[in-house]
Design a protein around this ligand. Structure first.
Ligand code: LER
Ligand code: MN
Length: 273
């Protein structure tokens, strides 16, 4: 098991301190969150220095709603698709496995054109067309676009892993995969392990939080069935901690004691799965 944690959850005055803390807590990698306050292009050298001094790799890059590509305005959509392409190149440069992407979420939603096509079918067909065309223009590299389903309160398109896997399969490019976030799955899936088993090789990345979106071990989610499924499909990539409260990213307790506890908890759940 390789455990990562998002930068938004790590204490530290700069990236070097954050990466050092992640290493000290027992993590194997760091997921870099890109948002309006953090422009990766301006921080590439700093990330590389932090990786070197801590010895930790970057597991993947996490995007923000400002990166969701399938917006109605065609110029803005082209710009966002270009940004995603550049982020994939930066992920490759850092040795990271991929870039998280939510194709579309509120306030954007495709119209309901029933009985011809409802909103979901229209979005699905458009996503296949737009992302297939986009994937064909990728320069060589290996980092994947990681399609992330969110729960129904955050998105209307892609709520379950099977839907992201179907979309990835329809696009049919090796650099387009699905991401499984246990917090969203706990709301939307009938059976977390069955969904992971069905995803198989199309699963490119995993996010974890407990049912209340605090760090694993601080809620009532049983991680073992899902971890057993990850073992069964031979999942090798990182499992990354992503915790949120309604006010923003959160770790319950003092990170210096709470995060090593989380690492210990997840490793023992994995061992027992
Ligand atoms: C949002 O809830 C989420 O899970 C992120 O990984 C993507 O923005
Ligand atoms: Mn997530």
């Amino acid at each position: 098991m390789r455990l990562a944690i998002q930068t938004l959850l790590l204490p530290g005055r700069d990236l070097a301190e954050q990466f050092d803390n992640a290493a000290r807590y027992g993590f194997d990698g760091v997921e870099i969150a890109i948002d309006p306050t953090f422009d990766l292009t301006m921080h590439m050298a700093e990330v590389q220095r932090a990786m070197k001094s801590s010895g930790l790799p970057v597991s993947n890059l996490c995007t923000h709603p400002m990166h969701d590509p399938l917006v109605p305005d065609s110029n803005e959509r082209a710009r966002r698709l270009q940004v995603l392409k550049e982020l994939l190149s930066q992920a490759d440069e850092l040795g990271a496995s991929g870039v998280v992407s939510v194709p579309v979420r509120p306030p954007y939603q495709f119209p309901d054109l029933s009985p011809w096509k409802d909103s979901y079918a229209l979005t699905y067909d458009f996503a296949i067309a737009a992302l297939t065309e986009w994937a064909a223009t990728l320069p060589s590299g290996t980092a994947a676009l990681l399609l992330e389903p969110l729960n129904r309160y955050e998105a209307h398109f892609l709520n379950r892993i099977g839907q992201a896997v179907d979309l990835a399969q329809a696009i049919g490019h090796p650099r387009v995969q699905a991401l499984a976030d246990f917090f969203h799955m706990n709301i939307e899936e009938a059976d977390i392990s069955a969904a992971l088993l069905a995803a198989g090789e199309r699963l490119g990345m995993v996010h974890v939080a407990d049912n209340n979106r605090l760090q694993p071990g601080r809620g009532c989610l049983n991680f073992r069935p899902g971890f057993a499924a990850l073992k069964a499909i031979g999942y090798q990539n990182f499992i990354s901690i992503e915790c949120w409260s309604p006010q923003g990213p959160v770790i319950e307790g003092a990170p210096d004691s709470a995060l090593p506890e989380t690492v210990h908890f997840l490793r023992s759940e994995w061992a027992g799965a």
